[in-house]
Ligand binder design. Sequence first.
Ligand code: CA
Ligand code: CA
Ligand code: CA
Ligand code: CA
Length: 473
Amino acid sequence: MSWNTTSTNNGSHTLTAVATDILGVRWNSAPVTVTVSNGPPPDTTPPSVPTGLTASAVSSSQIKLSWAASSDNVGVSGYRVYRGGTQIATTSATSFTNTGLSPSTTYTYAVAAFDAAGNLSAQSSPASATTPAAPDTTPPSAPTGLTASAVSSSQINLSWAASSDNVGVSGYRVYRNGTQIATTSATSFPNTGLSPSTTYTYAVAAFDAAGNLSAQSSPASATTPAAPDTTPPAVSITSPSNGQTVSATVTVTASASDNVGVVGVQFLLDDGINGSAEATTAPYSVSWNTATASDGSHKITAIARDAAGNSTPSAPVTVTVANNAPAPPPPPPAPVTRFEDTDPSVVYSGPGWRSDMYAALSNGGATASDQAGAQATFTFTGTSVSWIGGRWVEEGIARVFLDGSFVTEVDTYSKTKEVQVPLFTALDLANTSHTLTIEVTGRKNVASNLAFVLVDAFDVPAATISRLQDTDP
Ligand SMILES: [Ca+2]
Ligand SMILES: [Ca+2]
Ligand SMILES: [Ca+2]
Ligand SMILES: [Ca+2]
């Protein structure tokens, strides 16, 4: 017969064979002692399902898992790790680090426990984690096309072409003469506060969010221009001098200087109405025909300007223009001797002479005639003589003779009454005896009512000698 010892407890057992004969008599054999020794009963119970699974990304390529230990009737041998439903590892620990992952990717894990008999638990609840993006270690491309241009004496503007980057350009560092002076997110930069007439050299480099910095661009240089000129020239007139009397054509000259350079000097007469052409080279001078100005006091001003348009007027110089000979001073009034119409030196001939008496006349009276041919002849000694008469609406035309020679006619008509008027004067006579004859013509202006000619007096200035000659006696 066959004996399955596994149905018997391990240990010592006595085996006895019993025979029964035909008569039913039992005959026992001598006992045999055996020891049953079988292993424990086979384990068919799987471990408990793992719980508490957590997944956390520790880098862009690693996720760490951990979970609570399972239990088992005999003992947990280990755990299977699944990713996306596929076993990727076994471990006896309750944690696992999954390496070699892709960045920015979500992974889902589960674990199951197994025992030594190969019993496998169900999979745990899943846990997921996402790897972070891979760190950026690639710098942007170096900027190209850098240009620098001076826009003023204190500012240079930079611009360049944008760099590229595997992730993205965050900004640019700007270097001047090798030293970083700024960062900017733009592709241009105005560098202000510079010194005039100075050359500056620039470069730029791009950086990304991870702090990777590109190589510097090729350098670009620019030179600031000189500072603008805001200082006007200084100018003064050197000729003519203040107070000088000028005539004909004179040269007007100015001295001018400037921090940069005098472009030209213009001269203005008086209020600048008459400006000269501009003198553009030193000595700054123009020719001035003073006859184009009136005689008398004039003011000359010079205005100097520089290339930047700054200008200054000089202090004015006042000159006296004198092109016309001054009028000779009037001779001192010579004493005049008046001879009345009644003086014996006056001889009347011809018709019609009569006296007119009223206060406005010289010495209160005059002698008049309206008859043609009537003459009054005055004899005197002197170098000049004046016939003193009157004009009115009753007065006519006289003829005047000097030393017997006809000189002129005198119309003594006037719409208003004028008395003691010099009606005729003879000058520059030889200083000898002369006659002055007044002849009544009987004719008259058509406007006049009558033809009277009035003889009121004669004036004879004393002879004057203006200049003594060495030939004079
Ligand atoms: Ca088990
Ligand atoms: Ca990068
Ligand atoms: Ca200047
Ligand atoms: Ca008189």
